[in-house]
Design a protein around this ligand. Structure first.
Ligand code: UDP
Length: 345
């Protein structure tokens, strides 16, 4: 069975490609390689097509099985990770984010609908969404459930929320099946250290902490220590990237195998339900690496909510999802193994 993974050369996409391959699926990746890395897919021996999700003719070829990379096999399902995900950049270049994250997803949905109609069977879609669609939840809404009102506060979060809305609408109108996952803070790397986190520029806390600890950066900036949290730094719900990947495979299987009668459009939070402050992340990283780091308190980063913690009870109940690596320490251990392998530090 052939699965098309859009954005499969990125951080979460590449880990999901690995999980799909382990489950015996044939995988074809479409990625524009703006933020993704082809070497990851070479290591995984996966066919990579370089291009845009918004390239309608290319998508039609791939999904219909007329592209050489699909070896004439029509695609049975699509996983869509291809997006720009820098909040700051989305504020500076909103049109770029609406084009890439929203307009290109609309093209995908149109191609899926047309192909599904032609086949007489809709093609399931798994979509990467984000906790950024919630914006700044009220403290009494923590842990956040899927029913929490979505009030995104930047173009990145809005572009994702709009695609969710599109998927809900086409599910209702045309029976297009899809699952959207709202990720909290993806962290860690595959235990094999074959794939891991590789962003350029890097803005995420754990890889930046490890960069400082390995001497690749001079210091860490802690964005604000005057939040209404026990130690004054922001609290996030970190979730191992392999656990995210597992959830995608479960969501996909539920739609492909119709394991249980389920609504046509479903949305699930993915997190561990436990929050860690920036200071706690630093302390855990010190224990894992047995190294210190220089950290300065800097002004708050615009748009950072004080606390984001998920309730992922729905994914556990409906998909049977059980995180394999719920401990922050394990996530940092795996991230550190990947970091050491990649930078030979
Ligand atoms: N953070 C920080 N310094 C950094 C990067 C991040 O203090 O150099 C904080 C950030 O303010 C947030 C947390 O670490 O509270 C996680 O940030 P990250 O960018 O990793 O993920 P986000 O929660 O923004 O998706």
């Amino acid at each position: 069975m052939t699965i098309l993974v859009l954005g499969g050369a990125g951080y979460i996409g590449s880990h999901t490609v690995m999980a799909l391959k382990q489950q015996g699926y044939r995988v074809v990746v479409l990625d524009n390689l703006v933020y993704g890395h082809s070497d990851v897919l070479e290591r995984l021996d996966v066919a990579l097509v370089e291009g845009q999700v918004g390239d309608r003719a290319l998508l039609e070829q791939l999904i219909g099985g007329h592209h050489p990379a699909t070896e004439r096999a029509p695609v049975q399902a699509v996983l869509h990770f291809a997006a720009y995900a820098y909040v700051g950049e989305s504020v500076e270049k909103p049109a770029l984010y609406y084009r890439n994250n929203l307009a290109e997803s609309l093209t995908l949905v149109e191609v899926l609908l047309a192909e599904g109609e032609w086949r007489g069977e809709m093609i399931p879609l798994v979509f990467s969404s984000t906790c950024a669609t919630y914006g700044v939840p009220d403290p009494d809404q923590i842990p956040i459930q899927e029913s929490c009102p979505q009030r995104p506060i930047n173009p990145y979060g809005r572009s994702k929320a709009m695609v969710e809305q599109l998927l809900a609408d086409v599910a209702k109108a045309h029976g297009q099946p899809s699952v959207a996952f709202r990720y909290f803070n993806a962290a860690g790397a595959h235990p094999s250290a074959l794939v891991g986190e590789h962003h350029e520029p890097e803005t995420h806390l754990i890889p930046l902490v490890l960069d400082v600890m390995s001497g690749r950066r001079p210091y860490l900036q802690i964005y604000g220590d005057d939040y209404p949290t026990p130690d004054g730094t922001c609290i996030r719900d970190y979730i191992h990237v392999c656990d995210l990947a597992d959830a995608h495979v479960l969501g996909l299987k539920q739609m492909l195998e119709r394991l249980a009668p389920s609504p046509t459009y479903q949305v699930f939070n993915l997190g561990n339900g436990t929050g860690y402050s920036v200071q706690e992340v630093i302390e855990t990283a010190k224990q894992v690496t047995e190294r210190g780091l220089l950290a300065h308190v800097a002004p708050r980063r615009e748009g950072d909510p004080p606390v984001l913690v998920a309730s992922a009870a729905l994914a556990m109940r409906e998909l049977g999802w059980i995180p394999r690596y719920p401990e922050l320490r394990t996530m940092i251990e795996h991230a550190w193994q990947w970091h050491q392998r990649r930078f030979r530090v």
